[in-house]
Design a protein. Structure first.
Length: 94
């Protein structure tokens, strides 16, 4: 697991507990998104995976539309690509 509820809420600067279930759903979706994009063997405890998860949760939280914002920051795409390539390289090395 890359981030927990308290880390996500700190990143979002949220102090109340009313949306904990929603934020946890976003955390779970972000983790699944990262694993799906990079492969099951991705290091979810790396700093990049944690930052990507925080950024995705923030995007999900801030853009609550049927289709989301449609585009993520270039840094998210770049970090996902790096993690994907590293994960693929690990799989080939085994």
């Amino acid at each position: 697991m890359s981030i927990d509820l308290s880390k996500a809420k700190a990143f979002l600067r949220i102090e109340h507990d009313e949306e904990n279930e929603l934020i946890q759903l976003y955390i779970d979706a972000a983790n699944e998104y990262i694993a799906g994009a990079c492969g099951a063997e991705v290091d979810m405890d790396s700093a990049r995976a944690e930052l990507i998860a925080c950024m995705l949760v923030s995007d999900f939280y801030e853009t609550r539309t049927a289709y989301g914002s449609g585009s993520y920051a270039r840094s998210i795409s770049t970090m996902l690509t790096q993690l994907e390539l590293e994960t693929l390289a690990k799989g080939e090395g085994e």
